[in-house]
Ligand binder design. Structure first.
Ligand code: ADP
Ligand code: MG
Length: 248
């Protein structure tokens, strides 16, 4: 079996009296969509923040392709190949889609634009990459729209595009379909499905139709602890999971 891309082991995180992450271990394999589900307050976003570096674990380890990343700053984790989308959109609402993407592409570019030499070639490379990201996320027709005027679903597609700018090996998605209608959810589901194989994905999502359709594996988090983890069909038929989370 291949080595995991991302491997978290025995993570703990306490907020005062609350143990928000209680001995959580989880990995993401190459090309897989691993869904993280659980009731509100289970600790899903906290776990994503620990993985991405917004929060420091009290104990435990995180490895990306075998390299410890748990003391790296968030932007170093992005350079190492770990990228994330927030539960709340992080697009620049007053800028166009193209400007949003250009900012992201430049931010992760190894060679910043300089006022000399290969500037023009470099600029064309960046603009090509912007068009490529837009096409990959279904935004090719919206490049000159002001991001804040896009429908909610397209704004979330832009969030994914921004996260893809760094060519991540692992992508963390925190409720990408929240607040979407069925058409928007389906579009986002198709987008996530297309990314499968190119990277490992950790998908937090409440829409169980989408989770059962997309996930290769599911981990269920309750009160900061892993209640169950396994192949999608096994979790779907797990009596304890059905009782605690699926309500059947
Ligand atoms: P989920 O994403 O599964 O809904 P969260 O990870 O957002 O859950 O929250 C888990 C628990 O930790 C909740 O009880 C929440 O109130 C608490 N929590 C989250 N972030 C903080 C924080 N920065 N300080 C204190 N408590 C927090
Ligand atoms: Mg959350």
């Amino acid at each position: 079996m291949a080595d995991p891309l991302l491997k978290a082991a025995h993570l703990h995180k306490r907020f005062q009296a609350l143990l928000a992450t209680d001995d959580v271990s989880l990995d993401v394999m190459p090309g897989e969509i691993h869904a993280l589900i659980g009731p509100n307050g289970a600790g899903k976003s906290t776990l994503v923040n620990l993985l991405a570096g917004g929060l420091k674990p009290d104990s435990g380890t995180i490895e990306l392709q075998g390299v410890r990343i748990d003391s790296m700053a968030p932007h170093h984790r992005v350079h190492a190949g770990l990228s994330r989308c927030f539960q709340v959109s992080s697009v620049f609402r007053n800028s166009t889609v193209r400007e949003n993407l250009m900012t992201a592409v430049q931010a992760v570019s190894s060679m910043p634009l300089r006022p000399w030499g290969a500037r023009h070639t470099r600029y064309l490379e960046l603009t090509d990459r912007v068009v490529e990201l837009a096409a990959q996320t279904g935004l090719e027709g919206s490049l000159d729209m002001i991001a804040g005027t896009l429908p909610h679903g397209a704004q979330r597609q832009l969030d994914v595009a921004l996260a893809l700018a760094s060519r991540p090996k692992v992508l963390l998605l925190d409720e990408p379909m929240a607040g979407m209608g069925p058409d928007e959810s389906e579009r986002m589901g198709n987008l996530i499905d297309r990314l499968r194989g190119e990277m490992g994905i950790l998908l937090i999502e409440h829409d169980m139709t989408a989770v059962f359709r997309l996930a290769d594996r599911i981990t269920v988090l309750v009160n900061g602890r892993v209640l169950a983890s396994g192949k999608t069909d096994a979790i779907r038929n797990n009596a304890e999971v059905r009782a605690v989370y699926l309500g059947t």
